[in-house]
Design a protein around this ligand. Structure first.
Ligand SMILES: Cc1cc2nc3c(=O)[nH]c(=O)nc-3n(C[C@H](O)[C@H](O)[C@H](O)COP(=O)(O)OP(=O)(O)OC[C@H]3O[C@@H](n4cnc5c(N)ncnc54)[C@H](O)[C@@H]3O)c2cc1C
Length: 215
């Protein structure tokens, strides 16, 4: 697998056409490409007179590509095939991003964790936040920082924390599964938005409960 970087695209092209451009730039025969994956798309607007998309594409090919670095196409998985002998149930404290994903991964792997959260479900929590903004009355367990979804739920929804972690792709794929726009998979600055995030967190909770985790 080779990583083709700095593919400058100035028009609205389809994926295949973007690949064609990349192949031309790196002098690759399209017929040699076995598979490809668009990994990143950013907008370069530094020059106002020449704004363009900058793509990064991974291609699997039988031939050697000069000037491109090799990358592994091994995909990390949230699901391990592990045989569990214990009937003990893991306890997770806090339904922020860490706790929600912890519950999800354990549940995917056949365990039935117990997730403990001091605050309210995200939809109810939203009402508490609005109440606080209107009246200044603070619910100490359910507010901008505490409650299902965790500290960043009512922020802008730009995914910045831990974005370079190796498991990031899995996290983004999970978000898409629960309702985030597919664009976040390739965007240089993945953005979900607060309105979407509230629905996504609620969908995650429903799936976690369906997999028999107790909240
Ligand atoms: C205002 C704000 C805006 C942010 N905006 C962004 C952003 O736009 N993009 C970004 O990537 N990151 C953002 N962050 C950072 C991001 O929110 C954190 O990195 C992330 O929330 C950490 O996740 P966590 O699960 O470790 O902890 P938390 O999100 O803090 O979750 C901990 C959870 O545990 C619960 N809890 C705590 N103690 C107990 C207890 N004793 N019993 C039961 N439950 C308990 C809390 O109620 C909370 O729900 C923001 C953070 C803040 C504060």
């Amino acid at each position: 697998m080779y990583r083709l970087e700095n593919i400058k695209i100035r028009d609205n092209l389809k994926e295949k056409q973007i690949l064609e451009k990349a192949c031309k730039q790196y002098k690759i025969n399209m017929d040699d490409v076995k598979s490809y994956n668009i990994v990143r798309c950013s907008i370069d607007a530094r020059n106002k007179d020449d704004i363009y998309y900058n793509y990064t594409i991974d291609v699997e090919t039988s031939c050697k590509i000069r000037n491109a670095k090799m990358v592994s196409n091994e995909k990390l998985s949230l699901i391990e095939k592990v045989e569990r002998k214990s009937n003990l149930r893991p306890v997770i404290v806090g339904a922020g991003p860490a706790g929600l994903f912890c519950a999800l991964v354990l549940a995917y792997n056949g365990l039935k964790p117990i997730l403990v959260e001091q605050g309210k479900q995200v939809e109810e929590r939203q009402k508490d936040v609005e109440e606080f903004l209107k009246t200044g009355k603070l619910n100490v367990n359910s507010n901008v920082q505490f409650g299902e979804g965790g500290a960043g739920t009512f922020s802008d929804g730009k995914l910045t924390t831990g974005i370079s972690n190796n498991f990031c792709r899995n996290v983004l794929e999970e978000f898409v599964k629960f309702g985030a726009p597919e664009q976040i998979l390739i965007s240089n600055k993945p953005h979900i938005g607060t309105d979407n995030l509230v629905k996504i967190v609620a969908n995650m909770r429903k799936e976690i409960i369906r997999l028999r985790t107790e909240i």
